[in-house]
Design a protein around this ligand. Structure first.
Ligand SMILES: *[C@@H]1O[C@H](CO)[C@@H](O)[C@H](O)[C@H]1NC(C)=O
Ligand SMILES: *[C@@H]1O[C@H](CO)[C@@H](O)[C@H](O)[C@H]1NC(C)=O
Length: 219
């Protein structure tokens, strides 16, 4: 009897067991699928993060290493013509050890008081990994009709008295960064806020007065 009791019990409870066990198994399968899915998502996320860290390019570093301003006068008598003559040396550092840089489209603008004095397009060029190139746009010469507010006139006169002018240089690039099969395309903007002393071409002091200026680079 004592032997039969569990046997009977199991027989007795046996049929009652399957329904919950079936749903439990179903739940377990669902659980497993969910776990696998979450695992895959997390795994893919980590992989993307690692790939992102490895392949995300570093910003290019722009610096105006020298500037020469030989003319910057405003004729106020008849019309507000600004006569200017500016030359620059711009140092570009590619800090990436993976990416070479192809500068396909290189627009460069010189601005004074938010007005564009001149635009130049530098020829397309190429930069190796971990290297520095110098571009020397040196013929920003000409004249521009300026519309200055009275405040801006006051600012111009103050700058004229100091002999140092606030001139902005902006670059608008279309470039490719290439590492093997990986090609990234960017349209970065570069802004350089310069303080350029007016000096004569022959006076070498005027060049040394200009302090090396870092530019803002944004992808
Ligand atoms: C501007 O100033 C420079 C230096 O004083 C002078 O040589 C030049 O003729 C001036 N330009 C104009 C248009 O007045
Ligand atoms: C740019 O650099 C070259 C070489 O160092 C120099 O001869 C030239 O005068 C510089 N240009 C300007 C505008 O300073």
């Amino acid at each position: 009897m004592a032997d039969r009791q569990p046997h009977l019990n199991s027989n007795f409870y046996g049929p009652a067991v399957p329904p919950p066990s079936k749903s439990r198994r179903g739940r377990r399968i669902l659980c497993t699928i969910l776990m696998v899915a979450i695992g895959l998502i997390v795994g893919a996320g980590i992989l993307l993060l690692i790939l992102g860290l490895v392949y995300s390019p570093h910003k290019l570093v722009f610096n105006v290493s020298s500037a020469r301003l030989t003319q910057f006068n405003l004729t106020t008598t008849s019309s507000n013509q600004l006569h200017y003559s500016l030359a620059l040396n711009v140092t570009i550092r590619n800090p990436n050890k993976r990416y070479r840089v192809y500068y396909d489209y290189n627009e460069m603008a010189v601005l004074y008081k938010n007005q564009r004095l001149a635009t130049q397009w530098l020829p397309s060029f190429f930069q190796e990994t971990k290297s520095t190139v110098v571009v020397s746009p040196n013929n920003f010469d000409g004249q521009k009709l300026m519309f200055l507010t009275s405040d801006e006139h006051v600012e111009f006169n103050a700058e004229k008295a100091n002999g140092i002018y606030s001139i902005d240089v902006k670059f608008f690039f279309r470039l490719r960064m290439k590492s093997g099969q990986v090609v990234l395309k960017f349209k970065p903007k570069v802004y350089c806020g310069l303080k350029v002393p007016l000096g004569s071409d022959i006076d070498p002091k005027s060049i040394s007065l200009f302090s090396n200026t870092d530019c803002d680079f944004s992808f």
